[in-house]
Design a protein around this ligand. Structure first.
Ligand SMILES: Nc1ncnc2c1ncn2[C@@H]1O[C@H](COP(=O)(O)OP(=O)(O)OP(=O)(O)O)[C@@H](O)[C@H]1O
Length: 256
C-alpha cells in the first residue's frame, strides 16, 4: 500500500455535551478499502460527516492528498475529490436513473444556471461531457437496462447501486460509503461488494465504508478501524482486528 491519502489526527466532536468522537487518529492509504465498524452510536457516521465537512470537528486536523483541510465544507470536499453516499438512501425517487446519476455532477458544473437554461456558452459542451460521464458510470455499474426507469420503481438493491453511481460519476479520489449494504439480502450484498471492489481496483478509488456485517467487512477490506463510544479501539488488517481482544469484547463478542 502507498502513502496516506487521508490523515485524521486527534479529531473530537461533541453534540451539546455528548461526545460523539474523542481524539480519533488514523490514516487511510491511497488505494485501499478501509472499513469503519463499531456498535450503533459508536460515531461512524459522525466521522464520515467530519471528513466531508457536514460537521465541523471541535478539534483535530484532516489532511487530504497532502493538503490540510482547514475549513472542510461539503462543496469544497466534493471539489477536492471526496464523494459520499448516505445511510438513508437520498435519491430523487421520482426521477430516472440517468437524471439521478447526472445530479451527482451538479457540484462540478462550471457553467452558470443562466447558461444552462438557455443552452449557451459553456453549457452545451459541459452537458455533453456530463452525459458521457453518466453513461460511462451507468455502464460500469451495469445498470444500463434501467437508465430510463423511475428510481422509486426499482428494487432496493438496484437503488443502492444507483446511489453508488451518483457518488461515483464525479470520479472522486476518495469515496465515503455509509452502510452501502444496509437492508440487503445475502445475494445483494455479494453483488454490491463485487461492484465496490471493481470501483476500487479498476477506477483506483480509495474507499472508506461503514458496514455492520463482519463477514462482508473481513472479505472486502484492506484495513479496519473500530470505534466504540466515540473512541478508536482497533486499527489494522482484518486479521489483526479480529484477534484484538478489546474489539472482541466491545463489538464482535456482542450481539449487534
Ligand atoms: N446531529 C446530531 N445531533 C445530536 N447528536 C448526534 C447527532 N449525530 C450523531 N449524534 C450522536 O452522536 C453519537 C454517534 O452517532 P453516529 O450516528 O455517528 O454513530 P454511528 O456509529 O454511525 O451509529 P449507527 O451505526 O447507529 O449509524 C450518538 O450518541 C448520536 O446520538
Amino acid at each position: 500500500m502507498s502513502e496516506a491519502l487521508l490523515s485524521i489526527r486527534d479529531v473530537s466532536l461533541s453534540f451539546k455535551g455528548i461526545k460523539a468522537l474523542t481524539a480519533i487518529s488514523f490514516d487511510v492509504a491511497d488505494g485501499e478499502i478501509c472499513a469503519l465498524i463499531g456498535p450503533n452510536g459508536a460515531g461512524k457516521s459522525s466521522l464520515l460527516n467530519v471528513i466531508n465537512g457536514v460537521y465541523r470537528s471541535d478539534r483535530g486536523e484532516l489532511t487530504f492528498a497532502g493538503k490540510a483541510l482547514r475549513r472542510p465544507r461539503p462543496r469544497l470536499a466534493a471539489r477536492l475529490g471526496i464523494g459520499r453516499t448516505f445511510q438513508n438512501n437520498a435519491l430523487f425517487k421520482r426521477l430516472t436513473v440517468l437524471d439521478n446519476v447526472l445530479a451527482g455532477l451538479t457540484r462540478k458544473a462550471r457553467a452558470s444556471l443562466l447558461e444552462h437554461t438557455f443552452r449557451v456558452g459553456r453549457s452545451a459542451s459541459e452537458s455533453r461531457h456530463f452525459r458521457e460521464l453518466a453513461e460511462d458510470t451507468i455502464a460500469f455499474l451495469e445498470i444500463e437496462a434501467y437508465r430510463d426507469w423511475i428510481v422509486g420503481q426499482l428494487p432496493y438493491g438496484l437503488q443502492k447501486r444507483v446511489e453508488l453511481a451518483r457518488a461515483l460519476v464525479s470520479r472522486p479520489r476518495l469515496l465515503l460509503l455509509d452502510e452501502p449494504m444496509a437492508g440487503m439480502n445475502h445475494d445483494e450484498k455479494q453483488e454490491i461488494s463485487r461492484f465496490i471492489l471493481d470501483v476500487n481496483r479498476d477506477l483506483k478509488t480509495t474507499i472508506v465504508l461503514i458496514e455492520h456485517d463482519i463477514g462482508v467487512v473481513m472479505g472486502l477490506s484492506d484495513h479496519v478501524v473500530v470505534l466504540d463510544y466515540g473512541r478508536k479501539i482497533g486499527d489494522g488488517s482484518p486479521q489483526e482486528v479480529r484477534d484484538n481482544p478489546d474489539v472482541v469484547t466491545a463489538y464482535l463478542g456482542t450481539v449487534h
